[in-house]
Design a protein around this ligand. Structure first.
Ligand SMILES: [Fe+2]
Length: 162
């Protein structure tokens, strides 16, 4: 039954973008787990908890993105090899410096934000308000989380003076 009122062919580009976003989110998710486990030093308690908060949020969004693809009557990318092949975000290796971890996560966020913006452009072309509503919410949420991480990351000299 056509429960969407959107022609399946019209959703092809949106689904391509959503699958790209999904692949990037999966690699980002694993980067967060890596850093949650391996962070050490004076900021351990802060960052261990922060990374957990971020990956818990990412886990819910990964599921919702995959299920949005299914709602549009397509198949979500579902295996790790495809995620690693398709994602722009790279899997982090051994990182021991906590500032480097935060810098990598901020870079990952920038990539996710870019993917979200391109998803919105194609979804707008076919007036897919369901996808637009979902992704626009994720976008502003990630922007806010990035601001907070960046505030933690900023050197004294970079801070905005009142
Ligand atoms: Fe844990």
């Amino acid at each position: 039954m056509d429960y969407l009122g959107i022609n399946k062919n019209q959703s092809v580009n949106t689904v391509k973008e959503l699958n790209q976003l999904l692949a990037n989110y999966q690699v980002y998710y694993q980067n967060l787990r890596n850093f949650h486990w391996n962070v050490s030093g004076e900021h351990f308690f802060d960052l261990h908890a922060q990374f957990e908060g971020l990956y818990t949020d990412a886990r819910a969004k990964i599921d919702a993105i995959a299920e949005r693809i299914l709602t549009l009557r397509y198949r979500p990318m579902s295996n790790l090899a495809s995620y690693l092949r398709e994602a722009q975000i790279e899997e982090a290796g051994k990182v021991s410096d906590d500032r480097e971890m935060v810098r990598i996560i901020l870079e990952n966020h920038r990539e996710l934000i870019e993917r979200m913006r391109s998803t919105l452009i194609v979804a707008e072309e076919v007036k897919d308000e369901g996808t637009i509503d979902m992704i626009a919410g994720y976008l502003s949420d990630l922007e806010k989380r990035s601001w907070m991480l960046d505030a933690w990351y900023a050197q004294k000299s970079e801070r905005i003076m009142a």
